[in-house]
Design a protein around this ligand. Structure first.
Ligand code: GDP
Length: 440
């Protein structure tokens, strides 16, 4: 059984919790796009002690013994960031070896000049900055598309590596000098490259064949998405998007696993909406209520501490995510954050330049001009924190959840009512219809 997990809004939906809950039930967990700009915190209890793991690049399955974690070809890999993450995990007692962590030889590398380019390009955009994480991810994907990138496989051949690094560093330095960025030192890059070659080569292999062979031989695969549908380079609110396909297409191109082998696609969606950085956000609440949701939901960037923008649930976005990804089901998170509200609004459509629509416009400026059309429901004003049976939800919370599902066009396989794994309502029957049995 192969399952893909995808963010259905603008990210930070709580994918980490859902993936962590599912990972023990799969043999292989793979990332397929993005870089170390993703990130989630996994809290697990080992030998009675609670441990916190922050993962940016390595799939969260790594904390579960016996799982194989794969960094697929669609991911861009910064060798420095990967080595730090591997060492941090080892320092916390987690086994990381060439058997449980595989890196695709087709995955493109983020090199130090990509980080310098990211900074220089963002600075040159002035007031129109995209708000990138400055980790070189966009420039690495640019090089991939321009067919001049280096790939993880290049780290496995020390005899040609120095020449390749020199060539690409010179090209990048020419560009950096035009943009006013800091050039990088070729010699340092080559020395680093040789070290990465030693340390990472044992993990680098043809994961396309590995994944296809394993799944066809009966291993189960969890495809772990980073970022989200509305940040997809093609389907998101361009140009306020990430540099990869974070919707379902990326799961196939980023692993080499064909669509016919993916049995189920689940979108993770919050009971309200958040967004980090610039770009359109029709249901944004720029008021005290927005602040209340931010505080209760802990909506601050995991690594930067940056406050996230908050707003009402946007069913236009949800329907779009269901359509673009062919979502079989949704995982609703953070329902508990809305527990104390008197009334709750749901955006059912947009009014753009006087005309109503139920579609996401292609143009970010049009979306910025969208006035949300709301319907209002009464709040339940009762604690839902920790509820893990559907029947235990307050009636009004159940009505809200049912309405979200109806407007989104997909059922909920999970309803999350807290950060802990057991604070989740699970529709086992729905999952088993798609071949996933969580009781095993
Ligand atoms: P991701 O990038 O999509 O994995 O999202 P984050 O890692 O930013 O997750 C959001 C945060 O919300 C994490 O700190 C989770 O522990 C927490 N969280 C996840 N689900 C719930 C929930 O249902 N209720 C509450 N209160 N917190 C949750």
């Amino acid at each position: 059984m192969n399952l893909a997990i995808i963010g259905a809004q603008w990210g930070d939906e709580g994918k980490g919790k859902i993936v962590d809950l599912l990972a023990p039930h799969f043999d292989i967990v793979t990332r397929y796009q993005g870089g170390h700009n993703a990130g989630h915190t996994v809290i697990i209890r080992r030998d009675g002690i609670e441990q916190k793991f922050v993962l940016h690049l390595i799939p969260s399955g790594i904390t579960h013994p016996g799982k194989t974690c794969v960094i697929g070809n669609g991911v861009v890999v910064d060798p420095r960031a990967l080595l730090i993450e591997m060492e941090d995990l080892r320092g916390q007692g987690i086994e990381v070896n060439p058997k449980n962590l595989l890196v695709s030889n087709r995955a493109h590398l983020i090199l130090p000049y990509h980080v310098a380019l990211d900074r220089a390009i963002e600075a040159s955009r002035g007031g129109n900055a995209v708000g990138t994480t400055m980790r070189g991810i966009g420039p690495a994907y640019e090089d991939k598309m321009a067919r001049r990138g280096l790939r993880a496989g290049d780290l496995t051949d020390p005899s040609t590596l120095a020449e390749k690094l020199t060539h690409t560093a010179r090209q990048a330095n020419r560009l950096l000098s035009v943009l006013g960025g800091e050039p990088i030192d070729e010699k340092v890059l080559i020395d680093d490259g040789m070290r990465w070659c030693d340390l990472l080569s044992p993990h680098i292999c043809d994961t396309t064949y590995y994944l296809n062979r394993s799944t066809r031989d009966g291993s189960s695969l969890l495809l772990e998405g980073a970022q989200a549908t509305m940040l997809d380079i093609d389907h998101g609110t361009y140009p306020f998007v990430t540099s990869s396909n974070s919707s379902i297409g990326g799961a196939c191109t980023g692993t080499g696993i064909p669509p016919s082998l993916i049995n189920m696609v689940i979108g993770v969606i919050k009971a309200y909406t958040t967004r980090v950085g610039g770009g359109p956000f029709p249901t944004e609440l720029n008021d005290a209520l927005g602040e209340t949701i931010r505080t209760r939901g802990g909506e601050y960037g995991a690594s930067t501490g940056r406050p996230r923008r908050t707003g009402w649930f946007d069913a236009v976005v949800a329907r779009y995510a269901v359509m673009v990804n062919g979502l079989h089901a949704l995982a609703l998170t953070k329902l508990d954050v809305l527990d104390d509200l008197d009334e709750i609004r749901i955006c059912t459509g947009y009014r753009i330049n006087g005309r109503e629509t139920d579609q996401v416009p292609y143009d970010a400026n049009l979306m910025s001009a969208a006035e949300p059309v709301y319907e209002t429901m009464p709040g339940w004003r009762e604690k839902t924190v920790g509820i893990n049976r559907l029947d235990d939800l307050p009636a009004k919370a159940r009505e809200y959840v049912d309405r979200l599902s109806e407007l989104s066009g997909a059922p909920f396989a999970f309803i999350s009512t807290g950060a802990e794994r057991n604070e989740t309502i699970i529709s086992s029957e729905m999952l088993s219809r798609h071949g996933l049995d969580l009781s095993i």
